[in-house]
Design a protein around this ligand. Structure first.
Ligand code: R5P
Length: 296
């Protein structure tokens, strides 16, 4: 097996290669003056099981094109199989036609990857695991919430209230509370499909004088998390930390969340960012080893 750490996930890709004791192929990449992407490999792919590690967080279109170029090139250079490790899958939130005539974007992305020779995708806490199961490629969705919870445990937080948000929130809160050994709950969120404005459920919680960690899969604009932090503060929690798998943190989302009362923000390195202190490499390596036991 050889690992290609794509330009958007160089550190994570190298970490995965090291833990797998596999060769990490160097990739030459550049952006032409008009914005187009260039990719070149410094290695032979003939008959190799190739693992490409490339996240597709912003700039998602560029990162996606690089991924497609890498996969198609590896295929044309004779790769036996191509596994794409895409820790954050762009367009996954457009997982159906919410309004008639809209694109079903994540389906299109998966079709493109398939047409470029990708045989299988590994991702982390995808937005819609059930939808991904219906698409044209096998997609393995890995859960990283307990890695985030372990981070808070290592920091010495005890009797933590694990709070989660949104549709898949209950599973997330249970996963976190298994590690943090405290109470948990979930508050629902709703986003207006036209304006994009989020409202959160004003649920009363037993969190007075408690340390609370709010878990979510993604923080993008920060709008959802700011409202959740404010609601937790309003109920007199002792501290409120924020944890997310994919810290997109668009523009000044991080600063806004901290300014609105969060005591800290922690994310994973599915998306490189200043808060990406928890590595998902062990999770991915274990999954790759389990799924590809015979690859050499
Ligand atoms: C929604 O389903 C997700 O779990 C996140 O809550 C959402 O994507 C966060 O977006 P934003 O940070 O823009 O409010």
């Amino acid at each position: 097996m050889i690992v290609i750490p794509g330009p958007a996930s160089v550190e994570l890709g190298k970490e995965i290669a090291e833990q797998l004791k596999a060769e990490a192929v160097s990739v030459e990449s550049k952006r032409f003056p008009d914005g187009e992407s260039y990719i070149r490999f410094d290695d032979n792919m003939e008959n190799e099981s190739v693992v490409i590690v490339q996240t597709t967080s912003p700039p998602q279109n560029e990162n996606l094109i690089q991924l497609l170029l890498m996969a198609d090139t590896a295929k044309e250079l004779g790769a036996k199989t191509i596994t794409a490790v895409v820790p954050y899958i762009a367009y996954a939130r457009q997982d159906k036609r919410f309004r008639s005539g809209e694109s079903f974007s994540v389906k299109t992305i998966v079709k493109l990857l398939q047409s470029c020779g990708v045989n299988k995708i590994f991702t982390v806490n995808s937005h819609s695991p059930n939808v991904l199961k219906t698409l044209s490629l096998p997609i393995v969705d890995l859960p990283a919430i307990s890695l985030l919870a372990q981070h808070f445990k290592r920091q010495g937080l005890k009797d933590v209230f694990s709070l989660s948000l949104g549709k898949k929130g209950l599973d997330t809160a249970i996963e976190a509370s298994r590690v943090l050994e405290g109470e948990y709950n979930v508050i629902s969120t709703q986003r207006d499909t036209v304006t994009g404005i989020v409202t959160i459920e004003k649920k009363l919680l037993p969190i007075r004088n408690k340390d609370v960690v709010i878990f979510d899969d993604i923080i993008s604009s920060g709008g959802t998390m700011i409202k959740a932090v404010a609601w937790v503060k309003e109920q007199a929690a002792k501290s409120v930390y924020v944890a997310c798998v994919h810290p997109l943190l668009i523009d000044d989302a991080k600063e806004k969340i901290l300014k609105n009362g969060a005591d800290g923000i922690v994310g994973t390195n599915t998306v490189p960012s200043p808060v990406s202190v928890v590595s998902v490499a062990p999770l991915i390596v274990e999954a790759l080893k389990n799924e590809m036991p015979t690859s050499g």
